[in-house]
Design a protein around this ligand. Structure first.
Ligand code: FAD
Length: 377
C-alpha cells in the first residue's frame, strides 16, 4: 500500500483529520482539487463557534458541538489562531417567541451548554439600544474565529507531523481492492493511481458522490445531499457600532436554518445572514442576488432599530451540504466507518453542515477513534 490514510478534501474537516491522524501515522496524504485549502464551504460561513444550543439531545451535532466549543478555544489559544468569545443573544420580540426561549434554554442545558440563560432585559436594553427585544437569552460561550487561520493551523500541524498535502489533485474514482482501496487521481491533465489502507471522505458538497464512487448505494443509505444556499448581506462600515454581540432571532420551527442573524467578523464588520435557499441544481453558484435586499431588510427589521434599506449590500454566500430535504425533519451528521456496508477502513463524513467548523477537531478525533485506541490520549 502506498499510504495508510488518504483524505479526500482540504476543507476544515479534512485538514483537522490530517492533523489528528498524522499524530499516530507517518503515512497520511490529503488531496484537494483546488489550488489552496478551504476554498469551498469552510471559507463561506459565519465563522461562529457555536455553543450547542439548538440540536436535539444525544445527536452528534449536539455532542460534538458542546465538546468542540471547548476544544476549538483551547486549540486557538495554543496555536495563535485569532478568536473572540464575544457571546450571543437570542432575542424574542413577542409572547410566542418568549415561550420558545424557555424551550431553547432547556434544550441547551440538556445538551450540556449550561452557561446559556435568560439575561436581565433592562440591562440588555441599556447595553444594546439598537436591538428590539421583550426577552433575551445569553450564550457567553459563543464566539467568532478566523476560519482561514484555523485551517492554516491544522495544515501546518499536519505537515509538521509528516502528512503530505497535495493541491490541484482531484479524485476521479475509487476501487475496493484486497487490503484497501485504489484511487484514481487526476492532476495537471494526467491521471495516476495510488493505494491506501484507509480512505476518509471529507469531500464536503461532493461527499455523497465520493461515497457512491466506492460502490455504496447512496439512495438506499439516505446519503443524498441537497444544496442549500445561504446568502449574506453586509452592513455599511459607518453603522458597525450597531452591536458588539452576535444577535440571533428565535428560529422558526422546522426551518432549516437559525434565522437571519447578525454576525461580526474578526475586523468588526457586521453581516446579516445566512438565509435558506434550496437549490435546484448542484452548480456551485455563489452570486448573491442583490434584489434579496428587501427580504433581508424585512427580516432584520423585526429586531433591529435604526438602519435603512440603503445601509445593507450583497456580500458572500455559502452552500450547505444538507441531508435534510425541504420541509423534512432534522438529520444528523453522518460520521461512519463503513465495515457494515462491506467497506472496512472507508470513513464517510456526509452532511457536515453547521456546526461543522465548531466540531472540526471533535470530528477528527472521532475518525481517529475508528482506527486508533485513543483511550490513553
Ligand atoms: C452559510 C453557512 C454558514 C455556516 N456557518 C457556520 C458557523 O458559523 N459555524 C460553524 O461551526 N459551521 C458553520 N457552517 C458549516 C461549516 O462551514 C462546514 O461544516 C464546514 O466548513 C465543512 O467543512 P468540510 O471540510 O466538510 O467541507 P469543505 O470546506 O467544503 O471542504 C471539502 C473539500 O473537498 C474538496 N473536494 C470535493 N470533491 C473532491 C474531489 N473529487 N477530489 C478532491 N477534492 C475534492 C472540495 O474542493 C473542498 O475543498 C456554515 C456553513 C454554511 C454553508
Amino acid at each position: 500500500m502506498d499510504f495508510e490514510y488518504i483524505i479526500v478534501g482540504g476543507g476544515a474537516i479534512g485538514l483537522a483529520c490530517a492533523m489528528q491522524l498524522s499524530k499516530s501515522s507517518s503515512s497520511v496524504l490529503l488531496i484537494e482539487r483546488h489550488s489552496n485549502f478551504g476554498v469551498e464551504t469552510s471559507s463561506r460561513n459565519s465563522e461562529v463557534i457555536h455553543a450547542g444550543i439548538y440540536y436535539p439531545e444525544g445527536t452528534l451535532k449536539s455532542k460534538l458541538c458542546v465538546a468542540g466549543n471547548k476544544s476549538i478555544y483551547e486549540w486557538c489559544e495554543k496555536n495563535n489562531v485569532p478568536v473572540k468569545k464575544i457571546g450571543k443573544f437570542i432575542v424574542a420580540v413577542n409572547k410566542e417567541e418568549e415561550n420558545e426561549l424557555s424551550n431553547i434554554r432547556d434544550n441547551a442545558h440538556k445538551n450540556g451548554a449550561s452557561n446559556v440563560d435568560f439575561y436581565d432585559i433592562q440591562k440588555f436594553k441599556i447595553e444594546e439600544p439598537n436591538i428590539k427585544a421583550s426577552s433575551v437569552l445569553w450564550s457567553p460561550d459563543t464566539g467568532i474565529v478566523d476560519s482561514h487561520k484555523l485551517m492554516e493551523s491544522y495544515k501546518n500541524c499536519a505537515e509538521e507531523n509528516g502528512a503530505s498535502i497535495a493541491f490541484n489533485h482531484t479524485l476521479k474514482s475509487i476501487l475496493k481492492i484486497y487490503e484497501g482501496y485504489k484511487l484514481e487521481i487526476e492532476s495537471g491533465g494526467e491521471t495516476f493511481e495510488v493505494t491506501s489502507e484507509k480512505v476518509i471522505n471529507s469531500a464536503g458538497l461532493n461527499s455523497d458522490i465520493v461515497a457512491g464512487m466506492v460502490g455504496i448505494n447512496i439512495t438506499e443509505n439516505n446519503y443524498n445531499l441537497h444544496y442549500v444556499k445561504g446568502n449574506y448581506f453586509k452592513l455599511k462600515s459607518s453603522k458597525r457600532n450597531l452591536t458588539r454581540h452576535l444577535i440571533y432571532p428565535v428560529p422558526i420551527k422546522n426551518f432549516s436554518g437559525l434565522g437571519v442573524h447578525i454576525t461580526i467578523d474578526m475586523n468588526g464588520e457586521l453581516k446579516f445572514g445566512p438565509d435558506v435557499e434550496y437549490l435546484e441544481s448542484r452548480d456551485q453558484n455563489y452570486n448573491v442576488n442583490t434584489t434579496l435586499n428587501v427580504k433581508f431588510f424585512d427580516a432584520i427589521s423585526q429586531y433591529v432599530i435604526g438602519i435603512e434599506l440603503e445601509d445593507i449590500y450583497a456580500d458572500q454566500s455559502g452552500i450547505r451540504p444538507k441531508l435534510q430535504g425541504k420541509g423534512e425533519s432534522f438529520r444528523d451528521f453522518i460520521i461512519k466507518e463503513e465495515s457494515n456496508l462491506g467497506f472496512p477502513g472507508f470513513v464517510n463524513l456526509i452532511g457536515i453542515e453547521s456546526p461543522g467548523l465548531t466540531c472540526s477537531l471533535e470530528i477528527a478525533k472521532m475518525v481517529e477513534s475508528f482506527f486508533v485506541d485513543t483511550s490513553f490520549n
